[in-house]
Design a protein around this ligand. Sequence first.
Ligand SMILES: Cc1ncc(COP(=O)(O)O)c(C=O)c1O
Length: 400
Amino acid sequence: MRRLAWLATAPLRIRDDPRPGYAAALAARLRSPHVELTWMGRTGLHAVCRALGIGPGDEVVVSAYTCVVVVRSFALLGASPVYCDIDPATFNTPVQAVLDAITSRTRVVVLQHTYGLPVRVEPILAACRPRGITVVEDACHAFGTTIDGRPAGTLADAGFFSTQWNKPFSTGFGGFLAISNPDLAGKVAAAMRGAARAPAVRTLQLRAQLLAHEAIVTPRTHGLAQAAYRWLYSHGLILGSGTPTEAAGGRYHGVPDEYFQGMSRPQAEAGLFEAARFDAGIERRRAVSAVYAEGLARAGIEPAPSPPGTVYSRYPVRVRNKQDLAREAMLAGIPIGTWFETPLHPIPLARHPDFGMDPDRFPASLAACREVVNLPATLATTDADAERALAFVLRKGRLA
Ligand SMILES: Cc1ncc(COP(=O)(O)O)c(C=O)c1O
């Protein structure tokens, strides 16, 4: 309710551009020397690749358990992905697999902190630095996670974050880059000066969607609201995280705006509201993850790993009836997630070869896509919501 009131009245109260203040709040929080605000998370990776001038003939090492938009961010520039399968226990790419994937053509290595579980960054950085390879953390799930006391997303040359609807905190769509490498920071800032500005119609539409989301979506209505959202989006009636072309795995001609567009005012207004409750969100996500870990252990099921500093944004559990369970959860009003449904989520397996992937070569990723459901871990998730979601999975899930 407070957020709804804030979003509705922000344009009246915030006369000055809210973006510099939001960027400063993020930089302070992350102890980052340079933050760039972006229209979406993918925009950050695209901006880094563009700033580095990568293109045809260059390779980017990336997880085989990710979103297709991550791969598109550099494939749109002509670079080729080299995939690494995940460790089934952590959903992250093992150090050795990443090192083995590096060739003389590698320009960028992307390290994804899946669900908020930290991936090992230091040994990869140590191998990449002398070879002039840029290391970028995909911290889209990992706002709040720390590694040896340092915020995930700030250990490598740069880290990109997403603040899309389902992320650790949300500005509708949105993202930002934390850049630790000063040379790269200058290049990205220069590249972003050439990025598109969101057209007024889009900005208005986003403002309206933020208000509608705030008024309608609760943990209980989440599943049905998401189904309605997907329907409206697939019919071109609202702004989505891309286009129906994106979801189907179709080809783009040129670079679509969402890959190279700066942040709009309503996104930064929403971000400023969230900045005041970052700690509360992180504390809540930790608390519900503890509810899940204890409940699973009591039921004799191995909980997800939790190395120090982990803050889950979705808590993974493996089941053998993922699709049925997700459908039943939606009807029962339990916000169970399905990240990821295919190795290059959400496109169908049949389209993976278009992105240079033979899914059969990545058995751990395929198994996770078949089995993993995610229990909610947001600021809005109460202990009672968490217990209800866990009880539902324990009752209805055929636990793997
Ligand atoms: C791991 C990961 N990386 C990147 C992204 C892209 O974020 P955005 O949709 O804000 O571009 C997502 C989106 O869900 C994601 O899950």
